[in-house]
Design a binder for this molecule. Structure first.
Ligand code: BG6
Length: 500
């Protein structure tokens, strides 16, 4: 189906325009939308930062790879770009933004939208949003939006504080909190798979499902982000947000309509039903790890403590796992195991739904020796696929059963490349649809859930770090999390494929 272009003219005001996020993700996404004619004819990108750029220089900086690949289109795109040098803390900057906006909007008319995108360090979210509000820039509620990125806080208290500032002048409907996982095609497809097919929903519950395992593994280490990561760690960086969103999509009830509030209400129901982890049970329900030196794809890689700008006695976890229970009718007694880590054997995100065994084994034991439970795997990335593993009879005179896979592969099923997560999310911001964004109550509930784990981990420093080797699937303590229940983490299907 053809994507409808964004209807209203708009100005995208990018705070932190000289930063990495803008150059790497936001502008490439906007340019991709432009090239596909998904934008309205009238639009402006106004970059705001303290750096000394002229308009031309700013464009040249943004377009480093585009102007050689698509020079004509890039030139046309740059016609829409402006730059304003200003200090985010000075009120005068906001008066100048206001003047620029008024100038554009004389041409755009009264349907013009304003999107204030805070691509800045999180410490600036509160001061910028408050100053925007004081300057009256967010007043037209229907036409002014505020976009913020994670991390939204460092813990429950700091989230409340930041959110309190955002909501001083902007209402919830105006605030778009990005979790880029929600922009990924395969993540959006979870709801399509569940609710556009009559097949899965009847068995999507405690009667048929034994457990759900969500793995988001990365082979990269901390790269050059130690400044941020040292104060964050895997639980805050990945689990509290991205994995929690995946869990909500797998566990939520069907929405009445595909509508931002309806979808987010259903996700909130899941958050409400998550059994709190009390401090005395943290060791049973949570595991942490930090990578030591090891090998990945034949390359030797250093341990976390040897990475640039990491303290040599750092206690930051680069791996986190949680066991969660959802106390509701559908999921009672079905554990959800969540794990994420850096420097694991491969970059793989997948959700594995393990079904219960058949109630009665009718086949002779010798025929059924390879028996495996039925498993549905949603491969989120990089080999986007849906895979159903089930038992079949092997051809031959002898009755012998073995597992086989039914695989739907996105690359084979659909031609052409999918939009990037940022492309999708930016488009949704511009059309004002918040379905793929995090609502405050959900973020707050996620912080509440992990807060006891953060507290206990902080109070009891790890004595065994580094406790997993780079290139392994994580620490032994995470194995214990599943082993205590008589289960185990499975090597992700995509990793098994990669290793042949
Ligand atoms: C970010 C985290 O939110 O997600 C990073 O801060 C992580 O640490 C990244 O590497 C993973 O995203 P993706 O899309 O590459 O899986």
């Amino acid at each position: 189906m053809k994507t409808q272009p964004v209807r209203n003219p708009f100005t995208l005001v990018l705070f932190g325009a000289g930063g990495d996020l803008v150059w790497r993700l936001v502008v490439p996404a906007l340019f991709a939308l432009f090239r596909k004619s998904h934008l309205s004819e009238g639009f402006r990108l106004l970059g705001v930062d303290r750096l000394e750029y002229g308009r031309e220089e700013f464009c040249a900086h943004l377009g480093e790879h585009f102007d050689s690949e698509t020079p004509e289109q890039w030139k046309a795109f740059c016609e829409h770009v402006d730059y304003l040098r200003g200090d985010f803390l000075e009120h005068e900057t906001y008066q100048r933004i206001d003047e620029q906006l008024q100038g554009y909007e004389r041409e755009f008319g009264d349907q013009a939208e304003r999107v204030f995108y805070l691509a800045t360090p999180p410490a600036l979210f509160a001061p910028i949003s408050v100053r925007l509000g004081q300057a009256g820039l967010g007043e037209a509620r229907e036409h002014a939006r505020l976009v913020v990125e994670k991390p939204l806080g460092h813990d429950l208290a700091s989230f409340r504080e930041i959110n309190g500032s955002l909501t001083q002048h902007f209402v919830e409907e105006q605030i778009f909190r990005i979790d880029h996982f929600l922009g990924k095609e395969t993540v959006q497809n979870i709801l399509a798979l569940r609710f556009a097919n009559p097949l899965f929903e009847p068995v999507w519950n405690r009667s048929y499902i034994d457990h759900v395992a969500i793995t988001v593994a990365e082979s990269l280490g901390v790269e050059n982000r130690a400044g941020y990561y040292e104060g964050s760690g895997a639980l805050r960086d990945m689990l509290q947000n991205h994995l929690m969103q995946l869990l909500c999509l797998v566990a939520m009830e069907p929405p009445v309509a595909y509508d931002a509030n309806d979808i987010r209400n259903r996700k909130m129901d899941v958050m409400h039903a998550l059994r709190p982890i009390t401090p005395d049970r943290v060791h049973e329900y949570a595991a942490r790890g930090q990578y030591g030196a090891g090998w990945i794809s034949g390359q030797s890689v250093p341990g976390y403590r040897q990475e640039p700008k990491v303290a040599d006695d750092s206690e930051t976890e680069t791996y986190a796992a949680l066991k969660l229970h959802i106390d509701n009718w559908r999921w009672q007694d079905v554990p959800f195991y969540l794990r994420t880590g850096k420097r694991m054997p491969a970059k793989i995100s997948e959700i594995s739904i393990r079904f219960k065994p058949v109630p009665h084994h009718a086949f002779p034991v010798w025929a059924d020796q390879e028996n495996q439970p039925v498993r549905l795997t949603l491969q989120i990335q990089p080999d986007e696929a849906i895979r159903l593993r089930f038992m079949v009879k092997e051809p031959g005179m002898q009755l012998r059963l073995r597992p086989a896979d039914l695989v739907f592969n996105y690359a084979d099923g659909f031609r052409g490349s999918s939009p990037s997560a940022y492309e999708t999310l930016l488009y949704e911001v511009l059309v004002g649809d918040a379905s793929l964004f995090m609502r405050a109550d959900q973020v707050e509930a996620a912080w509440s859930l992990v807060q006891p784990v953060l507290d206990v981990w902080e109070a009891t420093p790890p004595s065994d770090f580094p406790n997993y080797q780079a290139g392994s699937w994580g620490p032994e303590t995470a194995e214990m999390l599943t082993a205590r229940d008589g289960r185990s983490w499975l090597t992700p299907a995509a990793a098994r494929d990669q290793s042949g």
